[in-house]
Design a protein around this ligand. Sequence first.
Ligand SMILES: *Cc1c(COP(=O)(O)O)cnc(C)c1O
Length: 412
Amino acid sequence: MSENLSLLARARARALDAEDPLAGYRSRFEGHDDPDIVAYLDGNSLGRPLSDTLARLEAFVREQWAGRLIRGWDEGWLELPEQVGDLIGRVALGAAAGQCTVADSTSVLLYKLARAAIAARPGRTEIVIDRDNFPTDRFIMEGIAAERGLQLRWVDLRHDGGATAADVAAAVGPQTALVVLSHVAYRSAHLADVPAITEVVHDAGALVLWDLSHSVGSVPAELDQWNVDYATGCSYKYLNGGPGAPAWAYVAQRHLEDFRQPIQGWLGSADPFGMGSDFEPAAGIRRIISGTPPIIGMLAMQDMLGLLGEVGMKAVRTKSVALTSFAIEAVDELMAGSGVVVTSPRDPERRGSHITIDHQAFRDLVPELWAKGVIPDYRNPSGIRLGLSPLSTSFEETCVGIQRIADSLPRP
Ligand SMILES: *Cc1c(COP(=O)(O)O)cnc(C)c1O
């Protein structure tokens, strides 16, 4: 890479940071000044913790767990899943209250929601899913198809793109019960046109389950307005809930009354402490819960949700687009002639908050980068993903990361 180009890119990154109205939020994240972390470019896999989270966790253990003990369940813990669910709905999903809850992992919620959707379309025999969807989404649907005697209809997509309304229209029909897709594709970052695709699915008489793991907290959503049926997503990515933080589920109000999921546990029943003989589902979204809610796992995400609420998803998206656009420019300039290919959409309207670049050398390169504090991640077959979490990532950090990757590529 030319020294000159590198200096120019760095100067441009600094100028972008200087004029970024959200730049100051980065210092609210724990570890933002850690000299061993040169560039954290994996906020799409595990968001950084907010410093406020340290205080929240300590206060919880001291005051609530130790101080209130079992009484805590009657003093707010039992309602916490729906409360935090409503907060996610309001801040990040465009969902009115009463349709979201926190529970389980994304994988388990995909299972519960898909089973509920299939039960709501009796007689239909197919689940439509794309071949590039995240492995757990595909594996869970394979399992359900085997369990319920259904067929999977696979949609093949471009490696650097994602599902369009036309792709989905070609795959759905009178046998389709359910379509399962990601809002932002985990590899390419393709941003799906949710309202258009949802309409195509509904025109076929089917239901749609959207996975927002790679968008929630970085790309605004309007689930109510878009007429979505079901949705789920992670809270440890752009919601900074911490490793293994529980996921959230959305069920549109119109489906709640008949919603039946297969893991009928006591805490999703109408009267858990009645210790009754037969299962009757709780009213509303509560019925998706099976067992005791993960209270500690729901603490950290509340800090990030508070911050996202303060900043607003529109401003977050503006910064995200600026970061990914800058990253593509920097890759084009600094890796020109190296054989590196951008395998994410170049149109920011069709792109989430990460970009993927491909090169055969990347598989061996990532461990070296991690050892030097440059932290993107690697995804088969040959991609480095640069995840740019809008509130915790600076332009300069993005630039330095890309420069280091460019420097470590084998010379042609
Ligand atoms: C990260 C991710 C998941 C992860 O599911 P877990 O159950 O939390 O492991 C699922 N789906 C998509 C699209 C993801 O990006």
